[in-house]
Design a protein around this ligand. Sequence first.
Ligand SMILES: Cc1ncc(COP(=O)(O)O)c(C=O)c1O
Length: 442
Amino acid sequence: MSHVFPRHCASDLPTAVGGDGCFLIDAVGKRYFDGSGGAAVSCLGHSNTRVRDAIKAQVDQLAFAHTGFFTSEPAEALADLLIEHAPQGMERVYFVSGGSEAAEAAIKLARQYFTERGEPQRRHLIARQQSYHGNTLGALAAGGNAWRRQQFAPLLMEASHIPPCYEYTLRAAGESLEDYGIRSADALEAEILRLGPDTVMAFMAEPVVGATLGAVTAAPGYFKRIREICDRYGVLLILDEVMCGMGRTGHLFACDAEGVTPDILCIAKGLGAGYQPIGAMLTTGTVYDTIANGTGFFQHGHTYLAHPVACAAGLAVVSEMLERDLIGQVRARGAYFEAQLRARFAQNPHVGDIRGRGLFWGLEFVADRESKTPFDPSLGLAGKLKKAAFAEGLICYPMPGTRDGKTGDHVLLAPPFIATEAELDGALDALSRALDGVLAAA
Ligand SMILES: Cc1ncc(COP(=O)(O)O)c(C=O)c1O
């Protein structure tokens, strides 16, 4: 009997024993193409020599030094590299161990920024329905997925949730994409006015919504309008790029595609590429200086902040992406992948929408394409697809509850940046077979 507390108590999981490029290998030798990088993590595949070597060398050199006493060479070097490529104005990097920790730090930094400025009444956080920012209590409160929040609701801090920018279901008939983008962003202004403009501290959003909506990009102009609204009311903009950042959507920082700079930016997942648990919160000189010139310390912290081995891994990952132009490759392979997805699935009567950017794509499934009616949730379509694809040797990330936390199903695809066209074709063959089987039985 296993003593591991698994995600699902009834699950009977194979044991992963090896990684080879884009594939994971289990104890009986079966190979699985990692078509979702787990959950958009393994961007360099599973056997990158440079990252492995960097980790080994760092352990030999210095395994750990608490940040209450020391900084470390890999933390300094990784922060320099990130800031060199970050949107204009970003000056500081706060290293944590994952995405939820980055989101928690962002929320607390926003609050402390205002207390230091003598605006302690600014306490409201606005985020979006169907967003995901992590599972710790602050991040979960910020997230807008009804199912994930439900049983913990009595423990969650108050946060408001405006609708996502989700043109597939929320754009009105005859409305242009641009008009919809502006209308959707204007919901933020309405919420700020409802709460009282001088009580709102921050708006938090994923530039491309990942886990809970399935690779939904914003309509053109949406984030520019969001930035304007935040500036108008002195509200901080927190962008959560934990899933869509670090090259996944064709830019090292996903917000570069939108032409906006946040005040606080969260990254994780692809930063460590799965080789080490690491996340980070970046912020501007303005926010940092407010703290530095005020109390002089951010009242936060964890034991493993800026862990040297994690930072050494992150440094090797980002260097590898930049020096091998893997982000250019994401764009090229992404264009190929999109074309293949459309060729195979655009005519499928149960694929309502194909959306995404770079190597981050989602297919949303519907019972009826014309009316965009989702499948009955009792069918458990997403769960069945995950199982069928896994049996075909494909790891992908199907999710139920796309529309409102209960109804709707999608699959998220986030293959490694190093995947070849032939490997991507093989993954889509496996997905087609799995989907056909599941839909035939639906
Ligand atoms: C956008 C976003 N933010 C935060 C998180 C939480 O990250 P972690 O699971 O590393 O805590 C996730 C995880 O999927 C995410 O997609």
